[in-house]
Design a binder for this molecule. Structure first.
Ligand code: ZN
Ligand code: ZN
Ligand code: ZN
Length: 146
């Protein structure tokens, strides 16, 4: 990474931002900030948690990383270049599934824009529901017809 970017923002150039980007690349997204901190800490024990979190903010400001949320509202980080996608969160087993085909929600986005003049970003928060496995386990049926 170009060290000038960091100097312009008054941050010392450290191997840390590059390490964070490499970790995110290895994990292909959905990494919790605490997990990023733990992994950075393994390799750079001197780096503290707030420095890692602040670096994530700066990287996000630069467009190099981006976050979405899991079903509990916790932040999950992706590389900035990682393609936008929807998240399906199973509220029964906690599974998070990626949907690359954004066309599936285009009618919803178009309707919200048309009727509510609202530009929805459905990639930021997950769509909550039940995964196939949990639908099959009878105890988890959301709507059992009598
Ligand atoms: Zn994601
Ligand atoms: Zn957010
Ligand atoms: Zn499930």
């Amino acid at each position: 990474m170009d060290g000038r970017i960091w100097r312009e923002r008054g941050l010392r150039l450290t191997p840390q931002p590059e390490l964070i980007l490499r970790l995110l690349e290895e994990c292909s997204g959905h990494v919790a900030p605490e997990e990023i901190y733990q992994r950075v800490h393994e390799q750079l024990p001197m780096v503290n948690r707030s420095t890692v979190y602040r670096t994530l903010d700066v990287l996000e400001g630069l467009g190099l990383v981006r976050h979405s949320h899991d079903g509990t509202g916790a932040a999950r980080y992706h590389l900035g270049e990682y393609p936008h996608h929807l998240h399906l969160f199973c509220h029964h087993c906690g599974k998070l599934v990626e949907v690359d085909d954004l066309q599936v929600v285009e009618p919803v986005i178009a309707a919200l824009r048309e009727r509510y003049d609202f530009a929805a970003d459905l990639t930021h928060f997950p769509i909550s529901g039940l995964c196939r496995d949990c639908q099959e386990s009878t105890s988890a049926q959301p709507h059992v017809s009598a």
